[in-house]
Ligand binder design. Sequence first.
Ligand SMILES: C[S@@+](CC[C@H](N)C(=O)[O-])C[C@H]1O[C@@H](n2cnc3c(N)ncnc32)[C@H](O)[C@@H]1O
Length: 234
Amino acid sequence: MVVGGSNGGFSQRLEVRLGKGSVDPRLFSNDGVFQRWLECLMRFNGRNLGVGLRYFMSTAPDAAQLMGMLLKLLHAKKTIEIGVYTGYSLLLTALSTPHDAMSLAIDPDREAYEIGLPIIQKAGVEHKINFIESQALPKENEGSFDFAFVDADKDNYLNYHERLLKLVKVGGLIVFDNTLWGGTVVQPEETVPRLRKETWRSIIEFNKSISTDQRVEISLAPLGDGITICRRIS
Ligand SMILES: C[S@@+](CC[C@H](N)C(=O)[O-])C[C@H]1O[C@@H](n2cnc3c(N)ncnc32)[C@H](O)[C@@H]1O
């Protein structure tokens, strides 16, 4: 597939190979369509390029769509993402923020990030990304981020929440993925599949704790695997 990018902010010519045939670049004259296409490509990229069955680790597209809208409504320029994998949600963030935005993207798995990197480059948004190969959150820049997305080790969600409350501005958003944990959060413990059980406890503890946290307003959107949107209010 060869796509010429005469569209909106994407002035670069794109050449993305995906099997036989080519697509008329005029099909992509609408930014929204073009963006959806890039995101689809990223979601399936992991599968095509050898990540195998782990492609399902990418955030669900319906949840991602809402996040893209929130980023735009917030006019977010400085974002942080914990848990990048091949970069689907990161690409979405970079495509939903202005040209001079910056996303700090943290993941110990650089190999996975590099699988998606060619699509980020082809989208012309690599300059907005600072990938850090690490498990740790940055210590500096307190109160300077507009938006945070957490999609990493669920057992640490409460720890991430505490740190991010310092890093994200009052009025900014912190979004946590997988807070419905496959719907198991409403199941009795004995019916939760063994493989889900350990994280199930952490997610339930997180959900309980955040529901009474006076420092944030929350909304649990039942999209994808559930995303909890927290707006920092103090
Ligand atoms: C579900 S995937 C992220 C999917 C990604 N948000 C997307 O939409 O494609 C979880 C990622 O979290 C990363 N991870 C696990 N522990 C982490 C930690 N302590 N800090 C940062 N990332 C971590 C894993 O390496 C993995 O790539």
